[in-house]
Each structure stands twice: as C-alpha cells, then as structure tokens.
Write a protein that binds this ligand. Structure first.
Ligand code: DOR
Ligand code: ZN
Length: 359
C-alpha cells in the first residue's frame, strides 16, 4: 500500500491492492444487470449471496446464476463472482463436497428462517443439518451466518447478541472444526466474540455499520434508506466495530452487504431492509478508516484478510483512491425503476480512480 501526500502533509491519494467484497447481494435478471457493473468497478471478486426468489440451493443453480452474472458484466470488466448455496433443512451433504472439490461453491449461507429478505426457506432446526456441517468441517468450506434470532419475543436490537448464546456457541461446541463467517456484525458482543474465538471464525463488517449508528434512521424523520438487517445499533457498538475493523486482526474483513431494492419499495409503508452501497463502497470505507486515523489499515481489511480467510490468493492489481470531494447521486437507474444509494446527496472526500492495472 502506498500513499501520496500534499505539501501540507494531508494524504491525497492511496494505492491499494485490488479489494474484494466478501458479502454482496446482486439479485437477478434486469436488477442484477443494473448493479453488477458497480461492484465490478470496485472489487475483483465478491461472495454472492444466494437469497434469490427461489433461493440458490443447488450447485446447478449456482453455476447457472454465475453464468448470468458473467454475461451481464459491462464489456472489459474483470470480476469473479464467488458462489454460495442457501442452506435449507434438506441440503445435500454430497453437493457441498462436490462444490468444494471443484470450487464451484465457495461457502454455504445460513439464514434463520424469516430473519430477513427472502429467508423463508431458511433453516428451521439446525439439528437437521448435522450431516451438512460434518461435510463442511471435513472439506473446510465456510458457513456464513446471518447472526440474528427470529424469536419475536426478542427485541430487534438484541437479536444478534442472543444469537451468539442460543445458536453460535452451541454450533461451535458441536462442530469445533467448522469454519464460520459471522456476517455483517453490528454489536460489541459480536466483535468481542469473534476476537476471542479461534482462527476458524471470521466476521464481515459493512461500511454503513462503521459510519452510522441508529440515530441515522431517525434523523429529521424516518429514513428508510438507512434501514437494513441487522439494524444499525447505538454509538458504543459502532465504536466497537470500528476498533475491530482498524485493529489489524485478520479475522475481520470487508463485506458491504450492498442490498439493492427499488426506491419505491424502500420508501414504503413496510420498507425493505438493505442499504445500496456498491457504487461507492470503497469511498465509504475510506471515510470510516480516515475518521479513525487508520487509512494504513484499509488494505488489510479490504484486500488481504478476506482472501486469506477464504484460502484464496490475494489479488495482484491495484486501485487508487484520490482525495476528491464529490456528491453521491440522489438516485440511479435500476431495472426500469430507480434506486437510492446510501448517503445519496451527501458529499464524500474520497473517490475511486479507475484501476491502474488489473493483472
Ligand atoms: O438488510 C439486509 N438486506 N439484510 C439482509 O440480511 C438481506 C438483505 C437483502 O437481501 O435485501
Ligand atoms: Zn446480506
């Protein structure tokens, strides 16, 4: 990683190894075609979430989805989608082993049934997945967990912390060699849990959970574009996430959880959960790292730690972030509709320059 300073000593440009997004929603069809280029402009690879309608549950579906993504890429982009399977009560352990062997499947995603967007087919009882977890342990395939309980009795702001006690800890006790990514962590409890756990557990952190606390959802009125799941938490949790992201521990890495929904379904009586951050993801992360005085830690978090955890080679090309004030667009085209990027209309101080090399 190199940086360039102005005469006054402020950093004006930052060159980083090409980063990856370890948690991304691309959707399908026209919606996918309108967002995939944004991610390909920022990231070399992405772990693509399987919560389509219907979900991606078989290797054949994952391969077909991968082909549709590649076909929708803008000409000249070099981007590798890494595919995941959606864990259900009936997932076939043999498919996991095959997918791991030929690398057609990079991970398996656990959504507790009903936890979030398109999660109705999720797991109802983890005991039904014993053979799948045994197969995953044996071949080293990561289990990606949406870490929230769905019990309606549990306060929505406590669902992640309760998940640790009720689900994650028993799961790790029963399957000690299972490699786990605690996805989009939002609490001090989750950050502490991962920090204290062994090598086999990592966590992704979104840019929005590093930049905002839950006040953002209510500032000047109810603001649905700041609504995602797990929901933004109070400031002390945001601070704990920033400390984890900039602390250099290789088990914390970048996952945008960019989750596109058309504006009309966000600005709605029952607003969909999800923040669309793909077009300006690195700029948002750079903002958070700079505020923490830790721009020198951005490359590890964005480009090194995730690849190492997934046992994939680090990328070799570079990207350049320049200090350049610009305004995030209020809206972008989205499959004949429009979409509002997170922080639309606000100014950012960093801007991505086109890759200097894409080797
Ligand atoms: O906010 C979210 N949106 N959280 C999720 O877990 C899913 C995602 C989506 O697919 O829209
Ligand atoms: Zn997600």
């Amino acid at each position: 990683m190199t940086d360039t300073a102005s005469a006054h000593g402020t950093m004006t440009a930052l060159t980083l190894r090409r980063p990856d997004d370890w948690h991304l929603h691309l959707r399908d069809g026209e919606a996918m075609a309108s967002v995939v280029g944004a991610t390909a402009a920022q990231f070399a690879r992405a772990i693509v979430m399987p919560n389509l309608k219907p979900p991606v549950t078989t290797v054949a579906q994952a391969l077909a989805y991968r082909q549709r993504i590649l076909a929708a890429l803008p000409a000249g982009s070099r981007f590798e989608p890494l595919m995941t399977l959606y864990l259900t009560d009936t997932t076939d352990p043999a498919a996991i082993v095959d997918g791991a062997r030929d690398r057609t499947v990079s991970a398996v995603k656990l959504y507790p049934a009903g936890a979030t967007t398109n999660s109705d087919a999720g797991v109802t009882d983890l005991r039904r997945c014993t053979r799948v977890f045994e197969a995953m342990q044996a071949c080293g395939m990561p289990l990606l967990v949406h870490g929230e309980v769905t019990d309606p009795e549990v306060d929505v702001f406590d669902r992640e912390a309760v998940f640790i006690d009720r689900v994650l800890e028993p799961l790790r006790r029963d399957f000690p060699a299972l490699r786990i990514v605690f996805e989009h962590i939002t609490t001090r409890e989750a950050a502490q849990y991962v920090a204290a756990a062994g090598d086999g557990i990592g966590a992704t952190i979104t840019a929005h959970h590093l930049l905002y606390n839950r006040n953002a959802i209510f500032r000047g009125g109810l603001r649905p574009h700041w609504y995602c799941l797990p929901v933004l938490k109070r400031e002390s949790h945001r601070e704990a996430l920033v400390a984890a992201a900039v602390g250099g521990d290789p088990r914390f890495f970048l996952g945008t959880d960019s989750a596109p929904h058309p504006a009309r379904l966000k600005e709605h009586a029952a607003a969909c959960a999800g923040c669309y951050t793909a077009p300006h993801a690195l700029e948002l992360y750079a903002t958070a790292f700079e505020r923490a005085g830790a721009l020198d830690r951005l490359q590890g978090f964005a480009a090194d730690h995730g690849a190492d955890f997934y046992r994939l080679p680090r990328n070799t090309g570079t990207i350049v972030l320049e200090r350049h004030r610009w305004t995030v667009p209020d809206a972008l085209p989205f499959a004949g509709d429009s979409i509002v990027p997170l922080a639309g209309g606000e100014t950012l101080e960093w801007r991505l320059r086109l890759p200097t090399s894409t080797a």
